[in-house]
Design a protein around this ligand. Structure first.
Ligand SMILES: C[S@@+](CC[C@H](N)C(=O)[O-])C[C@H]1O[C@@H](n2cnc3c(N)ncnc32)[C@H](O)[C@@H]1O
Length: 215
């Protein structure tokens, strides 16, 4: 089994209980608030959330955006979101199975692409970021929420499909600049407290990095 398929199996297995975690809900609330406070969101924006999981962030931002395509590789995650979407009457939110590490680019282009806690599960991040850039309309925004560099304690040693133990903000920002994006900025979105495998409480910092495709 490859790392990517073990990753997919893990997320499908976790889907039904995903929303029960206060830690995940807290990260999603912080991510949505940081995006809404940093970027000029509009109710006519076409948005893509990449790696949406059960849509914790998309649902929080739904009132602020015109349409959201909530995309993920794990069908069980999408099934949970589909249920929530129908229950909440979110007709402008669409769920879609999409793996941009393998699939062709969709035809649409977006005013906003956001992604929360997904990048560290992607092996070739610069390639994915290039593909996300290609999906942005001129003037469109990219918003990335993920872990700052850590020592592996956030997931512990036995979790498959963790390709990066967080990121150096400066390196990610350089990658975005190298891809031709502008207005690249970073801020701390959240700090979470979590037990390490050795069970002591630890703090992990989470960034929001934004960038814009030139007009
Ligand atoms: C840590 S979860 C975060 C989910 C959600 N953003 C949240 O905040 O609750 C990472 C998500 O990325 C998805 N994912 C992992 N690799 C992916 C890929 N190559 N393409 C699309 N989604 C992927 C997983 O299925 C999972 O739902």
């Amino acid at each position: 089994m490859t790392e990517a398929s073990a990753n997919l199996d893990r997320f499908n297995a976790l889907a039904a209980q995903w929303d029960d975690s206060p830690l995940r809900a807290g990260i999603a609330r912080a991510a949505a608030a940081a995006i809404a406070n940093t970027l000029p969101l509009r109710t006519d924006m076409q948005a893509l959330e990449y790696g949406c999981g059960t849509g914790l962030v998309s649902v929080l931002l739904a009132d602020r955006l015109g349409r959201i395509v909530a995309a993920d590789v794990a069908q069980q995650m999408l099934a949970v979101l589909e249920h929530k979407r129908l229950a909440a009457g979110l007709a402008h939110l669409e769920t879609r199975r999409l793996d941009l590490t393998l699939d062709p680019l969709p035809a649409e282009r977006f005013d906003l692409i956001f992604s929360s806690m997904t990048l560290h599960h992607i092996d070739d991040v610069p390639r994915l970021l290039g593909r996300l850039r290609d999906l942005l309309l001129p003037g469109g925004w990219l918003a990335l929420v993920d872990l700052d560099r850590e020592d592996g304690g956030f997931h512990g040693p036995d979790v498959p499909g963790v390709f990066h133990t967080g990121f150096e903000r400066a390196q990610l920002m350089d990658t975005l600049t190298g891809l031709g994006l502008t207005a690249v900025s970073a801020r701390t979105a959240h700090t979470v407290e979590k037990s390490s495998p050795a069970s002591e409480r630890r703090q992990f910092s989470i960034f929001l990095i934004c960038a814009q495709r030139p007009m």
